[in-house]
Design a protein around this ligand. Structure first.
Ligand code: 6PG
Length: 231
C-alpha cells in the first residue's frame, strides 16, 4: 500500500510539473501515511521527484505547537520534508498562531489565491480513514461535514480536547486525484461501511469525498479490506 502510494506520488508529480510547472499535494495526518512519506525520502524515489515544483499543503492539522508529537506537520517533516530538496517557501503548514477560526480563514485565502486560474485544485490529496468513518478532521455529525462553501474550517476534536483546522469536501472534491490510504484490521468495518454500507455521509464523512472530475483511489491492505464483499 505504501509503495503504491509513493509510486503514485512520483508519477503524478512528474506529470504535473512537466505539464504546468508545479504539483500541489495535500498531505494526510495520522500514522498510516508515514511509511509512504519515508519511502519518498529514500534515494530510489527521491531522485525521481521534481521537488523544485512541489507544493505541500495539509488536509488537516491539530492546533498544537509544531514540536508536539500530535502535529501532522512534524510527522511529515521528520519522515519526508526534512530529507528532500523542496524549497521551504513551498511548504504551507496550517499553523494556529491566532485562533483556529482565523487560521482556517487565512489558509482558505492562501489556497484560493494559489489555485486561481488553474483548472483543478490539488493534483493529489492523500487522506486517511478513522474507525468512525472520519477523514481529515471531518467528524461524523460535526459542522464540518455540512460545509458547502468554505474550503477550510475550524472544528472541535472533543475526544482529544483540542481544536483542529480541516479542509472541507467542497475543496477536496476539486482535486485531480484523491487517494485514501487505509491499513489494518481495525479499519475493516469502517472501510466496509464507507464503500458498501447504507449510512449517509454525515454519519460517515469519508463518503463525502467523490471528486466529480477527478480520480478516487482506495489504497488498502488486505486486513483493512477483510470485510469488503464486492470484488
Ligand atoms: C489526522 C487525520 C485523520 C487520519 C485518520 C486515520 O490528522 O489524524 O488526517 O483523518 O487520517 O484518523 O488515522 P491513522 O492513519 O492514524 O489511523
Amino acid at each position: 500500500m505504501s509503495l503504491a502510494a509513493a509510486q503514485k506520488f512520483v508519477d503524478l508529480a512528474c506529470r504535473a510539473v512537466k505539464a504546468k510547472g508545479r504539483f500541489a499535494v495535500a498531505f494526510s495526518g495520522g500514522d498510516t501515511p508515514r511509511r509512504a512519506y519515508e519511502l519518498l525520502a529514500r534515494p530510489e524515489f527521491k531522485a525521481h521527484v521534481p521537488w523544485e515544483g512541489v507544493h505541500v499543503f495539509w488536509g488537516d492539522e491539530r492546533c498544537v505547537p509544531v514540536d508536539d508529537p500530535r502535529s501532522n506537520e512534524r510527522m511529515a517533516r521528520k519522515a519526508l520534508l526534512d530529507h528532500v530538496p523542496i524549497p521551504p517557501a513551498q511548504i504551507h503548514p496550517i499553523a494556529c498562531a491566532e485562533s483556529p477560526y482565523k487560521e482556517a480563514e487565512r489558509y482558505e485565502s492562501l489556497l484560493r489565491d494559489f489555485f486561481t486560474g488553474w483548472p483543478s485544485a490539488f493534483d493529489l490529496v492523500l487522506l486517511g480513514l478513522g474507525e468512525d468513518g472520519h477523514t481529515a478532521a471531518l467528524f461524523p455529525r460535526s459542522s464540518g461535514v455540512k460545509e458547502m462553501k468554505r474550503w477550510a474550517t475550524e472544528v472541535e476534536d472533543y475526544e482529544a480536547g483540542i481544536c483542529r483546522v480541516t479542509l472541507t469536501a467542497p475543496l477536496f472534491n476539486q482535486a485531480a486525484v484523491v487517494a485514501f490510504l487505509v491499513s489494518g484490521r481495525a479499519k475493516a468495518r469502517a472501510l466496509y461501511e464507507v464503500l458498501e454500507g447504507p449510512l449517509d455521509p454525515t454519519q460517515l464523512p469519508a463518503k463525502l469525498i467523490r471528486p466529480p472530475k477527478g480520480e478516487l483511489l482506495w489504497l488498502v491492505d488486505e486486513a483493512a479490506g477483510a470485510e469488503l464483499k464486492e470484488t
